[in-house]
Design a protein around this ligand. Sequence first.
Ligand code: FMN
Length: 502
Amino acid sequence: MSLLTELTAQGLDFLSSLFIFMVGFIIFIIVLIFISDISQTKDAIRRNYPVIGRFRYLFSTLGEFFRQYFFAMDREEMPFNRAEREWVNKSSRNIDNTMAFGSTKNLSPAGTPLFINCPFPTLDEHATSAPTVLIGPYCHEPYEAASVINISGMSYGALSKPAVRALSKGAKLAGCWMNTGEGGLSEHHLEGGCDIVMQIGTAKYGVRTDDGKLDDDKLREIAKLPQVKMFEIKMSQGAKPGKGGILPGAKVTPEIAKIRGIEAGKDSISPNRHPEISNISELLDFIKHVREVTGKPTGFKAVMGSDGWLKKMCEEIQKCGTECAPDFITIDSCDGGTGAAPMPLMDDVGLPIKESLPMVVDILSQYGLRKRIRIIASGKLITPSGVAWALCSGADFITSARGFMFSLGCIQALKCNKNTCPTGITTHDKGLQKGLNIEEKAVRVKNFAEKIHYGIGLISHSCGVKHPRELSRHHCRIVQSDGKSKSLDVLYPQPEVLEKYK
Ligand SMILES: Cc1cc2nc3c(=O)[nH]c(=O)nc-3n(C[C@H](O)[C@H](O)[C@H](O)COP(=O)(O)O)c2cc1C
């Protein structure tokens, strides 16, 4: 026998022994799993269907990933469907996002907005861009804001460093503001040179004393920065009304701990409300205090539940003079996003923006405060139609968190509460952050904001007005449960200013 034949025979011999060993080993493992499954008492499926029952868990985990690629229809996923995500994705990449053949959107469900086109649309040469809006006329330094769409609060902590840096640079390119979220102000927010809205969360991260109270000196220092334009007191956010921020210990890096003024590696949990704000007069006092210390417009963010307290607040404002009003109110939808929240709050508490925005606008109008208090709306307003609806309903500005996350490349993996975001947006894992190119994503942030402005411009001109801020309730109809639509100004007629506030 030649040497080659001998080596081949030995090789085959080894491979067949290896194969028999592997088969034996696999059978051995299956037997072990079988014994473990039938002898355990915690899981009925595994006890009744040993070994095979485990595939259920494997498939449901894999289903989470594959559904969006293979099975889900364009318009059926939550919180955002593929059509919406693709619109943001294409817009931010600046690639053609026109569509062919016809709309895939089902226009029958109740609540669908339809914009009322005019027989004589605005000629392109007569169209203008949306004018700026002044916020905080009684402040030492009012803020004249230009962009209709802006970046909603997301803390450095919930977001990664490259994500914050890309948003900061992108906001500067887009000419919009960026809200810090409740995690305090970092050098990364300032890096791009954009306008900043500093959020004061219930734990006062970044402006807190050691025992969690507001530190006026730190607040004053931050207010001195020309980039910081406004202060937003966070009362509540849509995804978790009545619960404070939750940042898992894995995401509390030493740097984040330093910015927030807390201990690294430990869960960062904020109180479920500002301890010093337990009623309307304390809220107005707190706003007044922050405005006096900072000299800049100060307002609050809340998700609406009942409306009685807002009416009482307006009455108190009328008693103490309109100067004492918040300069803006940010109304968040109950279906807003978050880094982490308990399901009962996320799913079931608070009002959606569709209901709360017209409600707040009307209350402020009745009390003669509509022009004094600017309204910022947020909650799944990530396409021109959502933004245009909000403008028709009476919002002055729209902010978006997840829209801008999509522009950074978010794939809705729903992992923001872990440290494992596959796109590097909400993780502090350096390996995962590598994929997020700051300069390139900053341009995408700008493109997304531009495409929103372009889209709301198209809707406005089709409705016969010169710019998006001229949109009003009669430009939008809402599909009802019987399939017919009703005008927004019939559903929410413009209220009269109450006699004593005229
Ligand atoms: C990752 C993440 C972090 C957030 N962090 C904050 C925060 O610190 N403070 C806050 O008021 N809202 C926070 N939010 C809520 C958003 O600011 C916004 O109100 C909400 O997501 C609705 O806007 P959207 O539908 O465009 O995302 C966060 C949302 C996300 C997705």
